[in-house]
Ligand binder design. Structure first.
Ligand code: G6P
Length: 366
């Protein structure tokens, strides 16, 4: 059944490999030939998105990282300002809610106590409406929100979230396209076409598994790791670091690459692996100079990049080449090798991959 491990050694690995299939499911029936179907978000969505002048996104853990990616997307492609915050902070401050603000929660389970409390608090404020992006139909978050969109990832058993995250990103790109369309801005047929090919491109990334397993050997004896990204890939670096912490117990931090010189560079020596997510976008040239700063200090560099990027493997730098993808969707694609990397490091370290110590799948008490 849906919740058996089948041929896989761990649920987490099975769930990583399910991503092409669940991404397809998350898109099913929600696109027309060249745009998104706004009504996928419910009968009131068109009217609500039309009124939306900014968005507040609230979530915890991995779901919060999906929200951080959505900020880049909604601002760039829908032109609406976005704030993203962890639920446990939001619910205890005094947020200012400008006219026309949409409240969005992200949650795999729909039962996370802080996220649910944040929604209930938001309902006492001046929002135009609430949307839950969630993996569990009928969950508390879905029942109590004005609108919902299901991520359709199927049951996720591994405590470290994988397919729930990538399907949240799909839902958030659909939201971006829907807000833009409802506000009469743009349709982005290029992104819609790229979404359709994404399951196949993800499959090609998963085929790199044995190469990633080989890379993982360099991490098993390490105590620390640094993840770098820029733009929408900074949240992906955060998610890569979180995955490594959760299941391998290696201390990992993520930085926006431009902040390297403002502190973390002091930590870089030959014992510090640095993992950089460097797809081929307009920030790449800057990232390349950051990478030189790491190499100059003897740091071991691991670069996940598009073939076109022109970073060639040398003694102190190892490159994993990823297939080309539309730049809007690169954050989603680049998540996959980071999931696999942390998985293989955890297996080498012999941890309980699916049930890491001290963590719970769903935190339903504060
Ligand atoms: C726990 C889980 C995480 C998850 C977070 C938020 O900490 O271990 O994997 O990201 O809760 O859960 P949610 O169900 O709200 O997405």
């Amino acid at each position: 059944g849906a919740a058996s491990k089948g041929e896989y050694r761990h649920y987490m690995l099975k769930e990583i490999f399910e991503q092409p299939k669940v991404i397809e499911a998350a898109l099913e029936g929600r696109l027309s030939a060249s745009s998104v179907l706004v009504e996928s978000f419910g009968p009131d969505a068109q009217a609500l998105f039309q009124k939306t002048r900014q968005v507040h996104i609230i979530a915890c853990g991995t779901s919060y990282h999906a929200g951080l990616v959505a900020r880049y997307w909604l601002e760039r492609y829908a032109g609406v300002p976005v704030q993203v915050e962890v639920a446990s902070e939001y619910r205890y401050r005094h947020p200012v809610v400008p006219e026309g603000t949409l409240f969005v929660t992200l949650s795999q389970s729909g039962e996370t106590a802080d996220t649910l409390a944040a929604l209930r608090f938001a309902q006492t404020l001046n929002y135009v409406g609430s949307l839950a992006i969630c993996n569990v139909p009928g969950s508390s978050l879905v029942r109590e929100s004005d609108m919902s969109l299901m991520t359709r990832a199927g049951p996720e058993i591994g405590v470290a979230s994988t397919k729930a995250f990538t399907t949240q990103l799909i839902a958030l790109m659909l939201l971006t396209l829907a807000v833009s369309k409802a506000k009469g801005q743009a349709d982005y047929p290029d992104i819609v076409a790229a979404l359709r090919t994404l399951p196949d491109v993800c499959q090609r990334v998963l085929a790199l598994d044995s190469q990633i397993e080989t890379l993982s050997q360099a991490f098993a004896e390490k105590n620390h790791a640094l993840f770098l990204g820029r733009g929408a890939h900074y949240p992906i670096a955060l998610e890569g670091a979180l995955k490594l912490k959760e299941i391998s117990y290696i201390h990992a931090e993520a930085y926006p690459a431009g902040e390297l010189k403002h502190g973390p560079l002091a930590l870089v020596d030959s014992e510090m692996p640095v993992i950089s997510v460097a797809p081929n976008d307009d920030l790449l040239e800057k990232l390349k100079s950051n990478l030189q700063e790491v190499r100059a200090r003897g740091g071991q560099l691991f670069v996940f990049a598009d073939k076109e990027v022109g970073i060639s493997p040398e003694d102190d730098i190892r490159v994993l080449e990823l297939p080309y993808v539309h730049e809007a969707l690169a954050p989603l694609l680049y998540t996959l090798p980071l999931q696999l990397l942390s998985y293989h490091v955890a297996v080498l370290k012999g941890t309980d991959v699916d049930q890491p110590r001290n963590l719970a799948k769903s935190v339903t008490v504060e």
